[in-house]
Design a protein around this ligand. Structure first.
Ligand code: DOR
Length: 440
């Protein structure tokens, strides 16, 4: 997409900032925000986007998206994933490395970044911690870091060996990158297809205990304490994880964490009908867990909301529950689902911050790490990049599985009325979504 001298006025919305939201028009010119003021004049030739009733926020940043390219283009491509992201209000996504081949070397990382260059949002990559994501020898993290990669993870699996993880953390500290862990002890999780609890017993499905997540989290917190290396924890899902993380934070350990909208909004009881759309790792948990996750976001124990967008095509997903691959779509519905699940717990402005400025800082693409004119995560202020998300918190809509931009259809929210909808998304000052329709 060409970055031209295009001018856009976003009129009549409430602009999200440090002190809440205030009424202002936003003028974006040549990729940069040039004015944020009430009653801004319309420059000649400008495109005017209506934002009445909407919040105008920084473009959202997703720390955790599976874009499947290379290797599983039948599920998603960088292009379709980025379009889905833009429809969800995202102006940046971090593509996970569990592709085929995995992003464990410079050549594959370069390929994915090249595919993202003309996409509807910025596409960053996370590199693998270990070669082939096998959990044995370290990937060439230094070479990948030299390309600007700042996050490394074997996501889809946790690094099982404590010794390998310790070495990886020491190495990461030396080269200034952050490791992100998918906490799942495979010896405890083995064979489990849903949360281990009352519902798994009732449904006769093998359970994955909360301890599978918590044991690895506890181990890694000990390794963070020992090495001093920063660490990010992906898709935390249990009340016990929240308690471990809260203690680590009280101690001052350099840790951050994310939660997904689906772990806030859905419970293990959703598996009742054996619909494989509800199979996901970590599994959907109990009401107690979901409540603890929401409280942890509200009190800052958990920093960010990330999608774990995990496309699987119908032919792969339409299997009996225990044979279907885990994962659900997230990009197009994330903001709506998060706003719904956090209503009365977190103000919409704060939900937006946990999906924009906060993850941008974790990914190290915010204004502290980049020049203002290319930084992600805001602020919505003159001089900042024209990455913007305009959301109507009152709009209701029903996601239609057949109209998703994603190549896959495995959304647990298809057919469910949601409140709060992205109206427009701007990336590099160019409208890529207008009135909830993708323009490219
Ligand atoms: O459910 C999941 N699906 N969890 C993961 O961690 C990986 C993901 C995938 O890649 O499908």
């Amino acid at each position: 997409m060409a970055e031209g001298p295009i001018t856009v006025v976003i009129r009549g919305g409430r602009v999200v900032g440090a002190g809440g939201a205030r009424r202002a028009d936003v003028v974006v010119e040549g990729g940069t925000i040039v004015a944020v003021e009430e009653g801004a004049a319309t420059p000649p030739g400008a495109t005017v986007l209506d934002a009445w009733g909407c919040l105008v926020a920084p473009g959202l940043v997703d720390l955790h998206a599976h874009l499947r390219q290379p290797g599983h283009e039948e599920a998603e491509t960088v292009e379709t994933g980025a379009r889905a992201a833009a429809l969800g209000g995202f102006s940046a996504v971090v593509a996970m490395p569990n592709t085929d081949p995995p992003i464990d070397c410079v050549a594959v990382a370069e390929e994915v970044l090249a595919l993202g260059r003309d996409a509807a949002c910025e596409v960053l990559v996370a590199g693998a911690i270990t070669r082939g994501r096998r959990g044995e020898e370290l990937a060439p993290m230094r070479e990948l870091a030299a390309m600007g990669i700042r996050l490394f993870t074997d996501d889809g699996a946790g690094v099982q060996s404590g010794a390998v993880m310790r070495r990886a953390l020491e190495y990461a500290l030396g080269i200034g990158v952050t490791l992100a862990q998918h906490c799942e002890d495979e010896s405890l999780a083995a064979g489990g297809v849903m949360h281990d609890g009352a519902w798994s017993s009732r449904l006769g499905l093998p359970g994955m205990p909360a301890a599978a997540e918590e044991a690895m989290l506890a181990r890694d917190l000990a390794l963070v304490r020992q090495t001093g290396a920063p660490m990010h924890f992906l898709h935390l899902s249990t009340k016990g994880s929240v308690a471990l993380l809260a203690a680590a934070r009280a101690e001052g350990l350099p840790v951050t964490a994310e939660v997904t909208p689906h772990h806030l909004a859905l419970l293990d009881a959703a598996v009742e009908g054996y619909d494989p759309v509800f199979r996901v790792n970590p599994p959907l948990r109990t009401r107690d867990d979901a409540d603890a996750l929401a409280r942890a976001l509200a009190d800052g124990t958990i920093d960010a909301i990330a999608t774990d967008h995990a496309p699987h095509p119908p032919e792969a997903k339409d299997l009996p529950f225990d044979q279907a691959p885990p994962g659900m779509l997230g990009l197009e519905t994330a903001l709506s689902v998060a706003l719904g699940a956090l209503g009365g717990i977190l103000a919409p402005e704060e939900v937006l911050a946990r999906m924009s400025s906060v993850p941008a800082a974790i990914a190290r693409i915010g204004p502290a790490d980049r020049p203002a004119a290319s930084a992600q995560g805001g602020p919505v202020a003159p001089g900042a990049a024209g990455h913007l998300c305009v959301v109507d918190p009152e709009a209701t809509w029903i996601p239609d599985a057949h109209r998703l931009a994603s190549r896959s259809r495995n959304s647990p929210f298809a057919g469910t009325p949601l409140k709060g909808r992205v109206r427009h998304t701007l990336y590099r000052g160019v409208p890529v979504v207008v009135d909830a329709e993708a323009l490219q």
